[in-house]
Ligand binder design. Sequence first.
Ligand code: OGA
Ligand code: MN
Length: 301
Amino acid sequence: MAIEIVPITPGFGAEIGDVDLSRPLAGEDLAAIEEAFWTYAVLVFPEQKLTGDQHLAFAANFGPHETTIQVYRPGKDKDLRLRKEFADVSNLDPEGQIWGRDSRTRMFQMANRIWHTDSSFKRVPALASLLYARSIPPIGGHTEFADERAAYDALPEETKARLEGLVAEHCIVHSRMRLGFTAFTEEERAGMPPVPQLLVRTLPQSGRKTLYLASHAGRILGMPKAEGRALIDQLMAHATQRQFVYTHRWRPHDLVMWDDRCTMHRGTDFDDLRWPRDMQRATVSDVANSCEQEGVQAALA
Ligand code: OGA
Ligand code: MN
C-alpha cells in the first residue's frame, strides 16, 4: 500500500501514514517522503516503534549522521544515556533520573526553549533533524516550528533586496549567552568557533528562498554589531508570528522530522522537574556550509 500524506496546513507540515519506518522503505515510498519533505518541511510519522538502529537507519536515507556535541557533565561526562549518534533531548541524567534544578545539562538545554535551528553554529550545519518521542509529559512540552520560507515570501521587496547576500556569524556561545549561560570551558570554546552562514538561502530541491535564522546568530558581517543584532532580532520576531508557526503536540512514538535549512523550532514549557520527557534526536548533516553552497565568500574578521 502506498504511503498516505495528509497536509497539516497547505504548505507547512504534513502527517505521513501507512508507513513502518522500522523496515527498509520501498523506493517509491522513500521518494514520496522526500518530495513531501521538500514541500512541507516538517513531517510527522505517528505510531512508530523504533529501536535506536532503526531510527538511525531511517535518518541515513537523507545523508550522513552528525555527531552532536556532548554537554560536559562535571564528574560524569563520560556516561551518556543514549549512544553517541543521538542528541539526548530528554530531561534525564545518565542514570535515567530527572535532572537536578541547577544541573549544567539543564541550563545548557534551556536553549532548546528559544527559537533556533539545529547546528547552524557548525561550519557544515544540519540538513534535517529526526526527533523521536519515547515518553512524554501529560501536559506541556510541545515543539513549535516556524516556516522561514513563508516568512521570507511575506517580506517587503525592499527588505528582500537589502538581505540579499548578507552573512551572519553563528556561534553556540551566543545562544547560551542570551540565557545568561557563560560557563563554557576553554576546551568547549575552542571546539566551537564562530562560523559564517547566509541570512537568506535558496533551497536546491524546491528553488524556494528562505530566511536562515537562529538564536545562534550573533552579528552580521560588515555591519555594526548593534545594527546586525537588531536586524536579526527583528527578522526572528517576523518569522515566528503565529501565521508561520505549527505547534506539534507529541504523542508517544511520534517521529517528527524537520528541515533545519528553512525552519526554526523551540520546545514549550513543561514541569521538567516532575515529568520525564524522553526524546532522542538523530541529525543529518547538510552537504556543505551555506555560504559555500551558493558560492559566497565569507571570511570572519
Ligand atoms: C531539538 C529541540 C525541542 C523540544 O530536538 O533539537 O530543540 O521540544 N527540541 O524538545
Ligand atoms: Mn533543536
